[in-house]
Design a protein around this ligand. Sequence first.
Ligand SMILES: [Zn+2]
Length: 551
Amino acid sequence: MFNQISKKQDSSVSRFFIFFFFLNLASNLFGLHYMDSQHLLDSVLSVVSISSLSALFAITEAMVLYLLWKVQGLQIAVMLLFLTVHLILIGTEAFLLSEFGMIIGQDAIDVLSETNARETSEFIGAYCNLHLLKPILFSLAALVFAYVTSAYIASSRYVRWLIIALCVYGSVLIAKGAYSFIQYHNGEGLPQLTTITRGGYAYYVMRQRANQFSTILEASQQCDATIEDGFKPFRHVVVVIGESSSFYHCSLYGYSKETFPHMSTEKDNGSLIAFNDVVTPFDATHGVMKCIFSLDHDNFGKAPLFPALFRKVGYYTQLLDNQYFVSQGINFLTNAELSAALFENRNDGYYGHDGRMLTDICLADSLSLTILHLNGQHYTYSDRFPESFAQFKPDDYDVQNKSFEQRQVMAAYDNAGRYCDHVINEVIKLLKDEDALLVFLSDHGEEVYDVRDYMGHGSALSSPDPNYLLKVPFFVWMSNEARVYRKSLYDKLLQSESTASITTNFSHFLLTLCGIRSTSVVPEKCFFSDRYDRTRPRIVLNSIDYDKEMK
Ligand SMILES: [Zn+2]
């Protein structure tokens, strides 16, 4: 009889194991998304490694449940807990990959660390609908597969041997990783093999990164900067950082709908130059903002941020931000100490529509630098503009090929663009009688059902045309007075209208344009400079040569 009970328990351990093995595997295999799959052998090894760690996790779960067999209520409760965690992990991985081309890991943790309550509720509004169907179905399919398979193969002798082999290999991997970590402080990428460790490690890196703020602060305080001899500094400099503004939905670049009519007028008047070959290094805000602000993106933790140089030469500096707020989230633009060192004026909180930022702009008596970071055309698009700006209607779009819902979203996106044009125009009105310069750039592009059934950003790698996410509107406006003083500079910009550039070098462009010299400013990175190095590759998405592989 004891023998029978023992056999029964043995087979339930096997069944628990197989069941949890497949559930672990279903989420952990998403890790392959970030692994180099160019060589078959590497891919096979990655799958074996992931399977082995999945087996180790599964055997631990099975053993816990086995040990609870005498307390059945508790066993069921723990079982349900494990199951819930697995289904959430599988569903989240599937959702992130299908909607944003990312998985649980660094990118996702970065976005999460900067998200405030308002953005969360907007996100829920935008994606808690049919978008959730695919991940839910995928999780359920994994559950059914794990359940049925465990019933069939749990008693197989071969399966037991496979369990043992995988667990042994998993243990070897962990021992190797631990040894490497003790010896070289490098865990050989072990955390990347399971969803839980991947997410946990990314969180750890994010906390570590917070330590960079003190070194950036130091670099910003110690940087050198002077105004170039004989250069008359612009009295007011305004940088407007747009959000999710598509090059392809901007009438300045030939879009058929009049989304940026005021800017087109400025262009026709000869006050605005729209550069038409500018790309962004990333397809999501976080990475781009680091590039835009830092003078050395590769050494982000050690390089000064561009407002520090303006401050050094006597500019009053302010950042009005509709996305990042001081002391909310972990980011160089939310860090209170860094913010205080860089800016004399910051807003306290969310403005709602971007137009409300305008009342806070302070054009100081001295030289002034104002940075406006808009909410621009970020989803949910219909929340980005007042009702009076709802000019484009769903019926203005391709009725034959787009659903009503898609056309509704497209119209809202273009209306948000038109409102963005209005906001910039209101800023121009404040500046037009001054010696003033305004630069506009979008952080990244956006897809609005242009090339596939998708709206949003963050998935350039899986897009049929990544240009929609990487190519951005970028223009310079100068007041009459500013142009009179600096005719040759304006002409130089005009000649560079079609020069290939990337916003990674934005701070070098802006500081050179404003006549600010420093050992940190590299003229070879400034696309209108005579010294501009056209041979430098435009690297996007960490390692891709845009001109060779994506243009
Ligand atoms: Zn963005």
